[in-house]
Design a protein around this ligand. Sequence first.
Ligand SMILES: [Zn+2]
Ligand SMILES: [Zn+2]
Length: 318
Amino acid sequence: MNPCDFSLGKPQSAEKVCLNKEASLSKHCSKNAQKDLSLVTPNAGGYPEERRCREHAKMLDCYCQDDLACVCAMCSSVGSHKGHSIVALKEEHDKQRVILSLTMKSIQENKNAVNKVLMHLQKSEDQIKYNKKSLTVQLSKLFQEIKSQVNQKEKQILGDIQSNEEKQLADIFALKKKAEGKRDAALHGLQELQMLTKQADAFRFLKDFQLAQERIKKQNSSNESVEVLTVHLDESVIQDVRSHTEAYLSNLDNLMQVVHGKIINQTQWCRAIPAAEFSLDDVVCEVFPSPPSPQTRKLSGTNSAAAHLTFGNMEQDP
Ligand SMILES: [Zn+2]
Ligand SMILES: [Zn+2]
């Protein structure tokens, strides 16, 4: 046990050690210790050798900004870091803490911006789905209309042919009835004349034959009939209908190309400064301005760590 050098009475186990005063403090004492003590919790690793200069065996309480290394006072005054830009360890600590908080703020801002992008991407996804759905509904309705009009036209044309057939068959039927009546009358007249051939009485014969002849004269001798021409779709008509259909479909295609183009170009790419291109050097330069050197300034101007993720041209066609 490493005993506390300050606890009164019963010895307490030391939890902290002071790097400068080379003292061990218990939990209680370390809380009440003076602020200028550099208290650390010894870790299993390398205390205290790790915190001492190997060359000069002094506390590493300085910081070389040229080498980004912790050094001792001797290193900075007479050692290998002589003439380098040296600051107190605490000063560098304070500076790096500022950089840390700025870095966290910047990452938080970028995180918020990425969340905005994610929300926007979700909106875009929904819009694509909505566009596809509404377009599908509209086009289906339109094509349903076209098909129903074509079907209606077919029904109407076939219906006209059907009713024409009925009308003309009725005319033929009437002519057939008339012709059958004439055939019966002729048969009847022939039978009468047949009877006359057997009439031996001259008076009766002459009288009856005269009557029969008058009846024959009254009969309409004209026989009405109907000639029906062969009708079918001419090859030229079929070709005409086909080429009209092709022209119609081609026009429809042109109109649909416009719609198709719109749906292809519905995604407008937005340029946003990516959160990953964050440069700590720029933070340092902004907070602790120093004469520009090619190393630290190489990324400045392209973006700044504090830069907000900006949305580019996010407006969409309504
Ligand atoms: Zn040293
Ligand atoms: Zn140095």
